[in-house]
Design a protein around this ligand. Sequence first.
Ligand code: OGA
Ligand code: MN
Length: 207
Amino acid sequence: MLPQLSEAVMDTIADALVETGYIVLSNTLPATVCEQLLQTSKNATWDDFRPAAIGRGGEQQFVESIRSDQIRWLTEQRPADKQYLDLMTQLREGMNKRLFMGLFDFESHYAIYEPGAFYQKHSDVLQGTRNRILTSVLFLNHDWQPEHAGELVVYDKADNKLETITPEFGKWVVFLSEHFPHEVLPTTVNRYSIAGWFRVSNANHGF
Ligand code: OGA
Ligand code: MN
């Protein structure tokens, strides 16, 4: 059977987006899908992953002082990726139905943070565009321990620290991209995650 996000889960997420703008969920996405995603990330060769860039197109820069993770974009062609992308399609349609968000598509990448890697405080809304509306981050680390670090720290627009989120297997964070600067603290072990963005069409929202 195809994995499904229940209506109740989508109600919970929609309510949180209205109330606070973000939600941290545990064990909501099917564990079997999470496990396949983790294996897909681990089984990739290092050639499949690339140092993550900052910015877009001609503006792209590789700035290791800002972020030092390695990424690989998801594609419908890989079975684990497709299951996850299908779940995100359900979320996209569910949020559009409940909140009229007009989410148009979803882009997503695996990330591996090797020991010492981090991502400094940033906004997911790329400069010169406003098309990233909703961020999703899924963590895939079994047996996470405090000394492994690599927490995701979420701030509000006034720079108050809102949450320090441990990157444990199956934990899933969804937030309004524009409202929450965030950072990945340096990890001490290989840290696996999947970050993704629901976007509106540039035709209507670019500038
Ligand atoms: C990002 C990001 C967080 C994570 O890629 O923009 O904030 O935990 N990732 O992977
Ligand atoms: Mn981010």
